[in-house]
Design a binder for this molecule. Structure first.
Ligand SMILES: [Fe+2]
Length: 234
């Protein structure tokens, strides 16, 4: 695992630098992209489509941040860009297990999360959580990464975990890239309660209609092209 430690330290060096929180986040995410974008893993998994999904989720989270009045669209974008980093760790360092996970997804119809639990007894949010803490990322990003499948479990920033959660659903609904499976998860039960804390609209309507975001998402989606071209050029 020598290379693994090297990857970790390269990113850690950046995250320990004395930059502002947001530029540190952006620096860490570009460093992560750089460390993981060219790595080889199981052939059946298309890394370009994975980044397309991650960048699409970032764009969706930035859009939701504007809609819900969250203080930083850039923070939401970075949290979402990195939200599935745990999958890349499995892809790169546990290729045999990654293949087994894909097999369960494709042949048994399991979600990627369920299949991870079955094969590894640990999931990508848990792996990502450990990495995010090791890199000293801000707590907003840690919560977005660690709790995007269960936003209510986020102790400090459930609203950002919720945006990452919802953007994953939007990207699957609107077929943006591929994050490991095609199953569209349901919206977490407590979505409206969490969102109502930051966005007064939900106090009145109690409604969350993801279909209604499609045209706005398509408008913003073009921004992900720029980001993806940077990744492909890395
Ligand atoms: Fe995920």
């Amino acid at each position: 695992m020598e290379i693994f430690e090297q990857d970790l330290n390269n990113i850690k060096d950046y995250s320990n630098s004395s930059r502002s929180s947001l530029s540190k986040c952006l620096g860490v995410s570009l460093s992560v992209v750089d460390q993981f974008s060219q790595k080889k893993g199981p052939g059946a998994f298309n890394l370009n489509r994975f980044w397309e999904h991650s960048a699409g989720c970032g764009i969706a989270s930035r859009m939701l941040a504007k809609i819900f009045g969250y203080r930083s669209g850039a923070e939401a974008f970075v949290a979402d860009l990195l939200h599935d980093i745990g999958k890349l760790v499995i892809f790169q360092y546990f290729p045999r297990e990654f293949d087994e996970i894909l097999l369960l997804v494709n042949e048994e119809g399991m979600s990627f999360l369920e299949a991870e639990r079955t094969v590894l007894d640990v999931t990508h949010p848990e792996i990502g959580w450990w990495f995010a803490e090791t890199w000293n990322l801000p707590t907003e990003l840690i919560d977005g990464i660690a709790h995007h499948h269960q936003p209510a479990a986020a102790e400090n920033h459930p609203e950002i975990a919720m945006m990452v959660h919802l953007s994953g659903i939007l990207c699957k609904m609107f077929q943006m890239g591929f994050g490991g499976d095609e199953l569209i998860p349901g919206v977490a039960e407590d979505a409206v309660t969490i969102l109502a804390k930051t966005h007064p609209m939900f106090h009145r309507t109690g409604d969350l209609n993801l279909d209604s975001y499609e045209s706005r998402f398509k408008e913003e989606e073009e921004d992900s092209e720029t980001f993806l071209s940077l990744i492909k050029a890395a």
